[in-house]
Design a protein around this ligand. Structure first.
Ligand code: SF4
Length: 344
């Protein structure tokens, strides 16, 4: 897909940025194709010379390390094994995930569903029959009260198709909450019209989950769009992935999280990278996430601190992690670090 604001070749993207494509890009693209919006590429900072260490570049441009990871699994979270019907993942008794499309506005190189777009494939948009089968399952499974609409990116669907999905899910009496996960506000905010915002606002139980990873992604355009969602009464939460060489330092993340709460977007999760094939070079190690979290203790408002979590292999679910603060039965002061006894 080239045109309409998208570029589908790393060589062309690099040429637009007046720079050379990354080493080995042809082989990497043959396995994991490139796609980025012109908007997202425009966020790459070229002022410092080679952009290879730029956090936006690293998130969207192919890297040779993607092919060096043969131990990672395509689906370590066992999503395929947890589908009672096609497109619907049920890991927890009360929640399910509906995969509605494989389309995205930019292919993130760290994507945990990279298997959907490896080797030139792409998960198709959900069909009417698949939606009906998922709906029938949810009708006969009243324990599920919340559905995460995911993909791919649901906001890449034509509005009418998305409305049909939301109408279908809302018609199920036992579904109280819909969560819509999207990175379009980050990678292609201009695709979201006031009509789309109004359409989403009409569903009372709908929450929006954005995916900002770096403060440079939170441009005035993206921030204004988040403001429109909030103004329309849609709660907006953000998920961030901790990515080596992109955002793996406390100062960068604190800047992002402060900017998000200032526009009433709540940082919800900070995820460690899943052990997905072709992605693991972005993994920082869990210790890094705990170190970042510990640094937040005295330097970041609790409003801005997300839950740091890992998603267990074999579909074991999320586990939230906290640094161990206690030493010799005492806790360090957030002011000067001296150890304090907590009675009781
Ligand atoms: S937008 Fe989400 S689903 Fe699409 S490539 Fe990025 S991380 Fe993967």
């Amino acid at each position: 897909m080239t045109g309409n604001g998208f570029i589908a070749s790393a060589r062309e993207a690099a040429a637009r940025l007046n720079t050379a494509p990354p080493a080995g890009y042809r082989e990497v693209e043959a396995r994991y194709p490139f796609l980025a919006s012109e908007y997202y590429l425009s966020l790459i900072d070229r002022s410092g010379g080679s952009p290879e260490n730029d956090p936006i570049w690293r998130q969207c441009m192919p890297a040779a390390e993607e092919l060096e990871d043969e131990d990672g699994l395509p689906d370590p979270l066992a999503e395929s094994a947890q589908m009672p019907v096609p497109r619907l993942i049920r890991r927890y008794p009360d929640r399910a995930v509906l995969l509605v499309t494989g389309s995205c506005a930019t292919r993130c190189r760290f994507c945990f569903r990279k298997r959907f777009w490896a080797d030139g494939g792409e998960l198709a948009d959900i069909s009417a029959a698949e939606l009906a089968a998922a709906s029938a399952y949810l009708h006969r499974t009243p324990a599920v009260s919340e559905v995460l609409i995911s993909g791919g990116d649901p906001l890449m669907l034509p509005s009418n198709d998305l409305r049909s999905i939301l109408d279908e899910l809302s018609s199920i009496e036992t579904i109280a909450v819909l969560r819509l996960g999207t990175r379009v506000p980050v990678t292609r905010p201009d695709l979201i019209t006031p009509e789309t915002v109004a359409m989403l606002a009409a569903y009372p139980g709908l929450w929006l989950m954005t995916h900002f990873n770096h403060p440079r992604e939170l441009t005035p355009v993206s921030a204004a769009l988040c403001g429109e969602f909030v103004q329309a009464g849609i709660p907006v939460l953000n998920q961030t992935v901790l990515l080596k060489g992109v955002n793996d330092d406390a100062a960068t993340l604190a800047r992002l999280f402060r900017q998000l709460i200032a526009i009433k977007v709540k940082p919800h999760y900070l995820f460690h990278v899943d052990p997905v094939r072709g992605v693991r070079h972005f993994a920082t190690g869990i210790a890094k996430g705990l170190e970042v979290l510990a640094a937040f203790r005295s330097n970041l408002s609790s409003l801005a601190v997300p839950t740091f979590a890992i998603d267990l292999p074999e579909g074991g679910g999320k586990v939230s992690l906290q640094p161990e603060y206690r030493r010799n039965g005492k806790y360090p002061s957030a002011v000067d670090g001296h150890l304090i006894d907590y009675p009781g």
